[in-house]
Design a binder for this molecule. Structure first.
Ligand SMILES: Nc1ncnc2c1ncn2[C@@H]1O[C@H](COP(=O)(O)OP(=O)(O)OP(=O)(O)O)[C@@H](O)[C@H]1O
Ligand SMILES: [Mg+2]
Length: 468
């Protein structure tokens, strides 16, 4: 008898479990999808609101009964009674939300099934044959979604190795795979469309003063402003696109800011920046000794500008530039100076003893410029293949608030520049990088401006100013 009772109770447990699963699938899942849709602003309001509005119009005009009759859906009409009528009206009003939420649930289930197949074919199975489980998938913004999986005790590297399989099976583009060790979960950030390649630098004048284009994401252009982000670190392995990126920054800033001064330190022997040689306001420095000399001069400039700001009771260069000329105590011009260092590791690393002294001096000067340059309008843009502490001092790095990380050879280098491994997993597309500030971190395609295009832009600017 006792055995029979136990049997009956376990049977009712099974039924309860099934009933709960059905409830989750039919009711709570669409509601959760609608909730995620509203919080992430990805909900389709048109689909959600139009059926409810049409339904209410039918009810108010008493056309609902004939309408359902034509469609042979009379069974939807409520039996007599205030409460059933009330329920009928509410259900009609939220029908659009139910349709949208259910559609999202169907997509969710499809993804879940596809994932199980991918996990199996990619060997994403732990030692006891358990597969990662799908937890949720929700929109982050208009373009990207986040999918959370249980890790099934598999290392993150195995998920990263399966990235291409996941992308082709799900027909998506994966931006990032990261783990939460404490929760035992893995988050996959993905989108339905690729980040554009072959981004062009369109209308330079439109970018505006003190600003330049970092690149394009799926959704928007990212434009940096020296007044908000004063210094930049550009890192990445050979061929990633560092020098090309620097070339377009210099060109934009030069053409849009007729008073800016430039110090272009090119430690690849002056090859990258020779296009800017002999131009007004441009100083191209091709070696470390010249670079040191310029650093010393910039240090003096820093001191004298500090003094001018103090005399004029201005907290920074912006405040000083806003002062009417007659109110300024100094007659000398105070203009922003952009210092670009390509292959900076050459400047900070030395092979012999005398070189070591120079390297120390260079480091000290750059640390000072990075820490105090913002207020006086001296901006540093430092590019290096090796973003480690030996090549770029921690104190310098701490002051470079905008980071552009092109593809890195390994997770360690990426970790050094970004504090995560994203730059090691970038696709092998020249010009593709991670843009990081204290506010955001996103994958970006930087614009491509060829040497010829740069030369033409500079020439036409020169011709215009000669004519004027
Ligand atoms: N934004 C871009 N879009 C398309 N192609 C690009 C882009 N940036 C760079 N490239 C291509 O990649 C090549 C290498 O770029 P670049 O010389 O800027 O790399 P780098 O990171 O400076 O390399 P190195 O460290 O060896 O100096 C360029 O010649 C160009 O063909
Ligand atoms: Mg280069």
């Amino acid at each position: 008898m006792e055995k029979q009772n136990r049997y009956v109770s376990s049977l009712s447990n099974i039924d309860l479990n099934k009933a709960w699963d059905m409830f989750v699938a039919l009711v709570s899942r669409p509601v959760i999808e609608v909730f995620h849709g509203i919080t992430s602003k990805s909900i389709d309001w048109f689909v959600c609101l139009v059926p409810g509005c049409l339904f209410n119009i039918l009810v108010l005009t008493k056309l609902d009964a004939p309408f359902f009759g034509i469609l042979k859906l009379d069974w939807l009409l409520p039996p007599a009674g205030m409460w059933t009528y009330f329920t009928y009206c509410i259900a009609g009003a939220v029908s659009g939300f139910a349709i949208w939420g259910s559609w999202q649930t169907i997509l969710h289930n499809q993804v879940s099934r596809k994932l199980t197949d991918v996990f199996q074919t990619s060997g994403l199975k732990n030692s006891i044959g358990k597969l990662p489980a799908f937890i949720f998938d929700k929109p982050i913004d208009e373009f990207t979604r986040k999918m959370r999986l249980s890790r099934a005790n598999l290392p993150l590297s195995q998920f990263i190795a399966a990235k291409e399989n996941l992308e082709s099976a799900l027909q998506v583009y994966i931006d990032e795979i990261k783990e939460d060790r404490e929760r035992g979960t893995v988050d996959i950030i993905y989108a339905g469309s690729a980040i554009p390649t072959g981004v062009k630098l369109a209308d330079i004048a439109e970018i505006g003063k003190c600003r330049f284009l970092i690149g394009e994401t799926r959704a928007r252009k990212i434009i940096a402003d020296l007044r908000e982000t004063p210094h930049f670190l550009v890192g990445g392995q050979s061929g990633g696109g560092k020098s090309t990126f620097l070339r377009q920054i210099i060109t934009t800033l030069y053409l849009n800011n007729p008073k800016f001064e430039f110090v272009l330190i090119d430690l690849k022997g002056g090859l990258e920046f020779q296009i800017f040689e002999n131009m007004e306001r441009m100083n191209v420095v091709p070696n470390t000794s010249g670079a040191l000399e310029f650093m010393e001069r910039l240090d003096e400039t820093l001191q004298s500008r500090m003094a001018i700001l103090k005399q004029n009771e201005c907290k920074d260069i912006d405040a000083f530039l806003k002062l009417p000329a007659e109110k300024r105590t100094a007659s000398c011009a105070v203009n922003r100076t952009v210092v670009v260092i390509d292959e900076a590791a050459e400047l900070f690393m030395a092979s012999d003893k005398s070189g070591a002294n120079d390297a120390q001096r260079a480091k000290r000067l750059v640390i000072k410029l990075a820490a105090q340059g913002r207020a006086v309008g001296i901006h540093l843009i430092i590019a290096t293949q090796r973003p480690d502490v030996k090549a770029v001092d921690g104190q310098i790095k701490a002051n470079l608030s905008g980071i552009v990380a092109f593809q890195m050879p390994n997770m360690h280098s990426s970790q050094t520049i970004l504090d995560n491994s994203r730059a090691a997993h970038l696709p092998k597309v020249p010009g593709r990088c991670i843009w990081k500030t204290s506010l955001e971190q996103t994958e970006v395609q930087t614009p491509f401006l060829t040497v010829e295009e740069t030369s033409n832009l500079l020439k036409s600017k020169k011709e215009n100013s000669d004519e004027a």
